[in-house]
Structures are given as structure tokens and as C-alpha cells.
Design a protein around this ligand. Structure first.
Ligand code: TYD
Ligand code: MG
Length: 397
């Protein structure tokens, strides 16, 4: 790594997730459901690198050169340094790499190629592994960065690309709901940087557009005084993000009420409902409870606990959450609020988006040194979930 400079990308969201550009000789696996936009994003990246750094070899093993060309036209790509090769045999691909010595190679997808030297069945796990190993060897030898596309779901239900995770340097996962425009690119593994960063894109007519103000976008469709809606401030890597947490509590038709978590950990939801029952006295035992993070983001930080619990309480009690309040805090088993990191940065983002009050753990305000809190937002320290609900929920009259 010390020998070679990284190749910087103008697509800032991609740069962020990679940890600051492409590392020569490094191998990046880009996973995601079919149709999510992997080829689109990589074609855009390929065009940018071809134009500003050097020739790019785009190996299309799934689509014809004609299909790739149509996508390129749609994306407005006009460069003569992007070479598209329709090839499925890895030995052929390697020959092209060695004779061309491109700045970057993209193989779309790793499942669609085979090695004539390998005696296992095409498409099998060992074929995928052998092909990747052969490509990586050549990439390292000539310091050519390689991006492999792999169709893999979040659960890793397709065995193929999962076996590649330990071989490659970086694993990026492109997520989003297919019929919604937002796409989230997160790094699952990164030998060259942090794994917490996310890149946010919007699938548009002209390809994947970077979203520069994600908090604004995630809150765009919010109904401010709806019951069951609360705003959390999550840290995704180095960036604070405001997200809407929606909850619905409704009388269950079953003896065993249902719990559904979309975008938060299921066990976290169980814990928070238990705390609401036992420590706040809400009888949720006959309620079906659904929780959803709007926009398709996965929030795995306990800092979102307060917003999740408040959203559930809001729906259960039929009181809206005050529209100007952002909520930050982890909830402990006694119903106490526990402090979270990077509070000033979170509150700054909330203030920037027009929130005038923030409910935070009181303990976070009493820390030694007392981090300076941003201007323009009233920071209210609370000790327990019960206290937080008293402030956050708007009772009629
Ligand atoms: P694609 O990149 O082919 O997905 P993947 O490689 O992950 O399978 O893109 C999938 C969808 O994106 C496809 O249904 C068409 C749509 N799309 C756009 O909306 N805008 C565009 O500019 C392009 C190229 C594709
Ligand atoms: Mg594709």
C-alpha cells in the first residue's frame, strides 16, 4: 500500500465507503441483490476512472457488449478509454489484463465466469473461488485494482460470493428496496479503511446520483404530527444521520402477538418492548408491534433506542411525538437512559435540520469536561425512558 498512491474518485460517496479512493492491487467485492444497481454504479465509476486516470477494462460476463453500451448511453458515458469485454472464461480475461495493463478492472459478475483449468462445475462455489483467486493473483502482480460484482443478499443466501469475503480486501454491499429510489452502499469489510461509513445514492434516470444531504432526504416524507413517528440521530461512520423511526402498535388477533423489526435488530425491539411494559407500565402483551426505519437504512446503534421506544409509546398511547424534538439515547434494562458517543455532532445535525429541542441522557451532559453543545437547539437531559416520554409525547388538552 505504501508503494502506490490511491486513485481518488470524484464520486464522493463511493470514496467515503472505500476509505479514500481505490487501492492499486486491491480487490473489492460489490454485493447486492440483482437489479439493485451494481452494474450502473460500477459503469459510472469506470467511466470516471477512464476519463480522469487511465484505461479501464469492464468485463461483462452477464450482458452483451450491446447491452452494456445501451446502459453507457443512458448514463451519458462518452469516453474512448473504457473497454468493454464480453467474456466468461477467466483465462481469457487474464490474458486481456496482462496485455492491456488497465488502470482498473471490473468483472461483472464473478458468478458468471468459469475457469477452464478448474475441474469443478461452472457456477459452483469452488469455480467462483478459483476464478477470484486467479484474478486476484494477476491484480496483485501488476498492481491493478479489481472490482468483482457478486449477486448476494444481505443474508448471504447465495453461497458463492460469501466464500470470497475472506479473500478480498474490501466487501461493499449495495442495499435498498427495489421499488424505492434510495440505495445505501456500506462496507462490510475494509482492509484499507473503516467499515462504518455508508454512501447514499438515489437511482434516477441518469444512473446513481449521490445524495449530499441524506438527513433531509430521509425526513422528506415525514408527517410531523403522526402517532408513532419519532426522529433518531444515528452515527453512520463519521456522519450523523437523522432518520425517522415509525412504529405501529395495534391490537393483536393472535394469542401470541407479533413483533416485526425492519431496519433495527429484532432482539433490540423485544428488549425495548419489555422495558416499556415493565418499567413504564405499558401493557403491550396483546399488541402486535411493527417498527420500521424509513428509507431502508439499517440502524444497529443503541443510540436509536430512545426514538424506537418513543415511537412505540406514541403509537400505543395515540399521542404524537412533538414535531420539533430529536431523540438520542441508549436504554438500559432498568429503563435508564445511557449516554452515547459523539453527542455534539449529532445535535449539530439535528439543529441544522431545524429541530429546536433534543432529548438526551442526562448522564451525557454531566461528563467530565462537558462537551460543548451546539447553538440553536435546546438540549434536555433526562434520566429515564418514563421522563423522556413525559416530555416527548404531546398529550391532548
Ligand atoms: P443494474 O445496474 O443493472 O442492477 P444490477 O447490476 O445490480 O443487477 O440496474 C438495475 C435497474 O436500474 C434496472 O432495472 C434499471 C434501473 N436503471 C435506472 O433506473 N437508471 C439508470 O440510469 C440505469 C442505467 C438503470
Ligand atoms: Mg448487473
Amino acid at each position: 500500500q505504501e508503494r502506490m498512491q490511491r486513485l481518488p474518485l470524484k464520486i464522493a460517496e463511493l470514496n467515503r465507503v472505500l476509505g479514500g479512493g481505490i487501492v492499486p492491487g486491491g480487490c473489492v467485492l460489490v454485493g447486492g441483490d440483482p437489479g439493485i444497481g451494481k452494474s450502473t454504479l460500477l459503469a459510472q465509476m469506470a467511466a470516471e476512472v477512464a476519463e480522469s486516470i487511465g484505461p479501464v477494462l469492464y468485463v461483462s460476463a452477464e450482458e452483451s457488449v450491446h447491452q452494456v453500451g445501451r446502459r453507457a448511453t443512458r448514463l451519458g458515458i462518452q469516453t474512448n478509454k473504457l473497454f468493454v469485454l464480453s467474456e466468461i472464461e477467466v483465462e481469457q480475461i487474464i490474458e486481456h489484463m496482462e496485455s492491456m495493463k488497465p488502470t482498473l478492472v471490473i468483472v461483472d459478475s464473478i458468478q458468471a465466469i468459469y475457469s477452464s483449468a478448474s475441474n469443478s462445475v461452472a457456477g459452483s462455489v469452488s469455480q467462483v473461488r478459483d476464478c477470484a483467486a486467479a484474478l486476484l493473483r494477476v491484480g496483485k502482480q501488476w498492481d491493478i485494482p479489481i472490482f468483482l460484482v457478486g449477486h448476494v443478499t444481505k443474508e448471504g443466501s447465495i453461497a458463492g460470493p460469501k466464500v470470497l469475503e475472506h479473500m478480498v480486501d474490501v466487501v461493499l454491499q449495495l442495499e435498498g428496496e427495489r421499488f424505492h429510489a434510495y440505495r445505501i452502499l456500506r462496507s462490510v469489510k475494509n482492509r484499507f479503511g473503516s467499515t462504518n461509513e455508508v454512501g447514499i445514492f438515489e437511482m434516477s434516470e441518469g444512473g446513481m446520483a449521490e445524495v449530499r444531504n441524506p438527513s433531509e432526504v430521509f425526513l422528506a416524507e415525514r408527517l410531523p404530527n403522526a402517532n408513532g413517528s419519532a426522529i433518531a440521530v444515528s452515527m453512520e461512520g463519521t456522519r450523523p444521520l437523522l432518520v425517522e423511526v415509525q412504529a405501529l402498535s395495534s391490537h393483536s388477533a393472535f394469542s401470541q402477538p407479533r413483533r416485526t423489526a425492519n431496519g433495527i435488530d429484532f432482539n433490540r425491539l423485544l428488549l425495548l418492548t419489555a422495558v416499556l411494559s415493565k418499567r413504564v407500565g405499558m401493557d403491550l402483551s396483546d399488541q402486535d408491534i411493527f417498527v420500521n426505519i424509513v428509507g431502508g437504512l439499517d440502524i444497529d446503534e443503541p443510540a436509536a433506542d430512545l426514538a424506537v421506544a418513543t415511537a412505540i409509546a406514541s403509537s400505543f398511547r395515540n399521542f404524537p411525538v412533538a414535531a420539533d424534538v430529536a431523540l438520542v439515547g441508549e436504554i438500559g434494562l432498568s429503563g435508564e437512559l445511557r449516554s452515547v458517543g459523539q453527542l455534539p455532532r449529532r445535535l449539530q445535525e439535528a439543529a441544522k435540520l431545524g429541530f429546536t429541542r433534543a432529548l438526551v441522557p442526562r448522564s451525557a451532559l454531566k461528563r467530565k469536561g462537558g462537551d460543548a453543545m451546539p447553538e440553536g437547539i435546546e438540549v434536555i437531559g433526562v434520566r429515564t425512558l418514563g421522563e423522556a416520554l413525559d416530555v416527548a409525547l404531546v398529550k391532548p388538552g
